[in-house]
Design a protein around this ligand. Structure first.
Ligand SMILES: N[C@@H](CCC(=O)N[C@@H](CS)C(=O)NCC(=O)O)C(=O)O
Length: 212
């Protein structure tokens, strides 16, 4: 297998990278240049018509895209350590938190990045007011997560570090890159962020080719 990917700060390839390092899965990582628009070339669109990374290519040539789908496939092949929950309730909680994070935390960051950031201005017609309006949505989602963590749980679903944490940590780190910071009052979120950021899988030099 090989992973078509992109280096930091691209948050979605990073989610798969963190997941694989946590699992100790190693495979070649083929870096696709987003700046050179390699992800929109016909050869890459043949692997993922949406023209996005990450995309996992199996040894028989079949491909899987969408970060969570890739990670679920890898979880089925490598169940230990479990990152999608250890029992029925925890699995549902991982799903709930992953959806909350993708829909209410990642979406405003993505919209801010596309519509308010100078780096992406050449890629689309930006609606700056709309882009800026996502700051408040991001802050509101951070505050809700902060409140959930206020009960002392170390990770989003409780005692276990899971895919939900991976989704949230890659989002807050990418948000910082774009200029969005969580509210200063979100002390529980800050403590959680320090905790997940200390893991070897979160380090900038974490490589899936070295992970086995
Ligand atoms: N929903 C997709 C999103 C993938 C995505 O947006 N990837 C970014 C890199 S972080 C990308 O390829 N952007 C280029 C584009 O969308 O044209 C996933 O979860 O994998």
């Amino acid at each position: 297998m090989k992973l078509y990917s992109a280096p930091d700060p691209a948050p979605n390839p990073r989610r798969v990278r963190i997941f694989m390092v946590e699992k100790g899965i190693a495979m070649p990582e083929v870096m696709v240049s987003l700046r050179d628009r390699e992800h929109k070339a016909p050869e890459f669109r043949a692997k993922n018509p949406w023209g996005q990374v990450p995309t996992l290519e199996l040894d028989d040539g079949r491909t899987i895209s969408e970060t969570v789908a890739i990670c679920r496939y890898l979880e089925a092949l490598h169940p230990t350590p479990p990152l999608f929950g250890r029992d029925a309730f925890e699995q549902a909680e991982v799903e709930m938190w992953t959806r909350r994070v993708e829909l209410t935390l990642m979406t405003p960051v993505g919209m801010f990045w596309r519509h308010a950031h100078p780096y992406t201005a050449h890629l689309l017609t930006q609606y700056k007011d709309f882009g800026e309006s996502n700051r408040d949505l991001y802050m509101a989602a951070c505050t809700l997560i902060d409140r959930a963590l206020a009960d002392g749980r170390p990770f989003l679903v409780g005692e276990a570090y899971t895919m939900a944490d991976i989704c949230a940590q890659s989002t807050v780190d990418f948000a910082s890159f774009t200029g969005l910071e969580p509210p200063e009052s979100a002390a529980h979120l800050a403590a959680w962020r320090a905790r997940v950021s200390a893991r070897p899988s979160a380090q900038p030099n974490a490589r899936i080719a070295d992970a086995a």
